[in-house]
Design a protein around this ligand. Structure first.
Ligand code: PLP
Length: 381
């Protein structure tokens, strides 16, 4: 039920994207070769134009992931300088990505402003000094502060930055280039909105809501992107030709598709209709029940999925699934986590989640129904 799960490889790529891989892997490509001049070219140019066309940015570049994008931006713009940031945005994303640590690794001095729940424009104003390198806003993707709260809108922060001749950076995290509300999904901030608000550089992930390969995309002002390209870190953080080829194909889908959910698997899964999921759960219920045997009860239940990867964590995606419970007739009761372990040990692992005394198999992400049942045939209960 978690569509873009960091532990399960994040976004799924469309088949048509992987078809292109064969040629890239086995033949030379113009990765860093400019056919017009016959000289060395820029590695990112095949995707830069696409990112600019999609987002309205002047320039763009790509690195290994969004964590790398944030590091490269901070190191290029503010190494040895101060970066004021709201105490409400000092987030940990998971793994060891924490804004204070990333700042330190990038050679910047973090200046905390405001309070955890409330930060005002005057807090940033007071934090400005001749040593300030840039202003930054981090999209607190994986948690939310509710109640007595205040944050400075990115447009106001951008104005403050520009009035002080400073660049304004936004780490969007998930970041999308389309308005998800058109598919009745919750709103997730877009790159276009950040640009319209005056952000000078925006960083976002390639394999979260964008639905592409692992990458960190940086879009924004040309002078700043040029500055990033000159940083030796850029070379260390650069992406390989396979990533670039995959990203190129995915961005091409955004530029040409008139039915994105049909062409991008992660968006297709996010926008699945409740009716289709309920029908699938009802179809699977007797088949699962038969394979698990008499000790287990299987019922069709509504359940709550998630976008995942920290995007909109409080917004659940209503879906359908099968709840598996141990029946009283099975003696002392078979243990649910034992069943979950057996399912995970299948040649193609089946991963459910235990909630309220049941193992929930959310069907949202289940595309290969026959393959799934074939796996269950191999269960040694
Ligand atoms: C996910 C996320 C990151 C890290 O991105 P990766 O692509 O996983 O490296 C950084 N900042 C924010 C706000 C995020 O949500």
């Amino acid at each position: 039920g978690t569509v873009i799960h960091t532990n399960l490889g994040r976004a799924l790529l469309p088949d048509r994207v992987t078809d292109k891989l064969q040629r890239i892997l086995t033949q030379p490509s113009t990765l860093e070769f400019d056919l017009t001049t016959g000289r060395r070219g820029e590695r990112d140019s095949i995707v830069e134009q696409q990112i600019c066309e999609l987002t309205g940015a002047e320039a763009a570049t790509v690195v290994n992931n969004n964590a790398a994008a944030v590091m490269l931006v901070l190191n290029s713009l503010a190494a040895g300088k101060e970066v004021p940031i709201s105490r409400g945005e000092l987030v940990e994303i998971g793994g060891s990505f924490r804004i204070p640590e990333v700042m330190a690794s990038s050679g910047c001095k973090l200046v905390e402003v405001g309070a955890t729940n409330r930060t005002h424009l005057k807090d940033y104003q007071q934090a400005l000094s001749p040593a300030t390198g840039c202003l930054m806003k981090v999209h607190t993707s994986n948690y939310e502060i509710r109640g007595f709260t205040a944050e400075v809108p990115q447009a106001e922060l951008a104005t403050l930055a520009h009035n002080n001749d400073l660049p304004m950076v936004v780490d969007l995290g998930s970041g999308t280039v389309v308005n998800l509300e058109q598919w009745q999904l919750p709103h997730e901030p877009t790159v276009q909105e950040a640009i319209a608000d005056g952000a000078d550089l925006i960083t976002f992930s390639g394999d979260k809501l964008l639905g592409g390969p692992q990458a960190g995309l940086i879009a924004g002002k040309k002078v700043l992107i040029d500055q990033l390209r000159k940083n030796p870190l850029k070379r260390a953080l650069r992406v390989d030709k396979i990533t670039l080829a995959l990203l190129h194909e995915v961005l091409q889908i955004y530029l040409t598709s008139d039915d994105l959910p049909a062409d991008l698997p992660s968006l297709g899964i996010l926008t699945r209709s409740a009716d289709a999921m309920e029908a699938q759960a009802r179809r699977l219920q007797p088949a699962i029940s038969k394979r698990l045997g008499d000790d287990w009860g299987c019922t069709v239940v509504p359940c709550q999925g998630q976008i995942g990867s920290g995007a909109l964590p409080l917004e659940s995606l209503p879906g359908w699934g099968i709840a598996v419970k141990s029946l009283p007739s099975s003696g002392q009761g078979k243990r649910l986590n034992q069943l979950a372990g057996l399912l995970r040990a299948l040649p193609v692992p089946v991963i459910g989640r235990i909630s309220d005394g049941a193992l929930i198999l959310d069907v949202r992400c289940l595309t290969d129904e026959a393959g799934f049942l074939h796996q269950l045939d191999q269960l040694a209960l």
